[in-house]
Write a protein that binds this ligand. Structure first.
Ligand code: SF4
Ligand code: SF4
Length: 189
């Protein structure tokens, strides 16, 4: 290719680039002014996992080990003992290493009592990878801080300002908004 042809190709490429910029510059911005404006992450997204305790502070978790067994990354470690007051087991240890979790939600799907759930919390980046090793106290804390969470068994649940746990309304359930809009003759975007 001659020097003239190469220069002509370069000019055309720059022109195409400037044309694309010019087209976009007049469109409304789709970016958000993060971190001053924070996005609402739906709880169904597997951003973070938490353990949910009952309203009286007892564990929902019945220490059945299902989540530990189905975790493909083997990042859940549970220790349990026989319940001295009756049937079943009580938790003695529940560790989850978020640094190696692949966020597949197998554990959430396997849990028979919706004790381990997904929460829409994010911004948990840390400088020390060891801080991503969560113990039961931390997982309980994330569960207590969560306003809404999700599990396949109970759907989206929420915690009221009074600390009551309730099933979230239909429009907050997965597909709920689309169903609502369909029933009203609209379309979900
Ligand atoms: S989300 Fe997947 S990888 Fe992470 S703890 Fe649960 S089962 Fe394991
Ligand atoms: S979190 Fe659920 S699946 Fe895991 S041990 Fe507890 S009850 Fe079983």
């Amino acid at each position: 290719m001659s020097l003239f042809a190469e220069v002509w190709e370069a000019v055309k490429a720059v022109g195409a680039g400037l044309g694309a910029v010019n087209k976009r510059i007049s469109e409304p911005a789709v970016t958000e002014f993060y971190p001053y404006k924070k996005p609402e992450i739906p709880p169904v997204s597997v951003q973070f996992l938490a353990l949910i305790q009952n309203e009286d502070g007892t564990d929902r978790c019945v220490a059945c080990l299902q989540c530990e067994r189905v975790c493909p990354s083997q990042v859940i470690t549970i220790e349990r003992k026989r319940n001295p007051e009756g049937k079943g087991f009580v938790l003695e240890r529940f560790d989850l290493d978020f640094a190696n979790c692949m966020h597949c939600a197998n554990c959430v799907e396997a849990c028979p009592v919706s004790a381990i759930v997904t929460v829409g919390a994010f911004e948990h980046a840390v400088y020390d990878i060891n801080l991503l090793k969560a113990d039961k106290a931390m997982l309980d804390h994330i569960g207590h801080e969560a306003r809404v969470w999700y599990s396949p068994k109970f759907g989206v649940e929420l915690r009221t300002p009074e600390g009551k746990i309730q099933k979230a309304p239909p429009e907050m359930q997965p597909g709920g908004l689309a169903e609502l809009l369909k029933a009203e003759g609209g379309e979900a975007s």
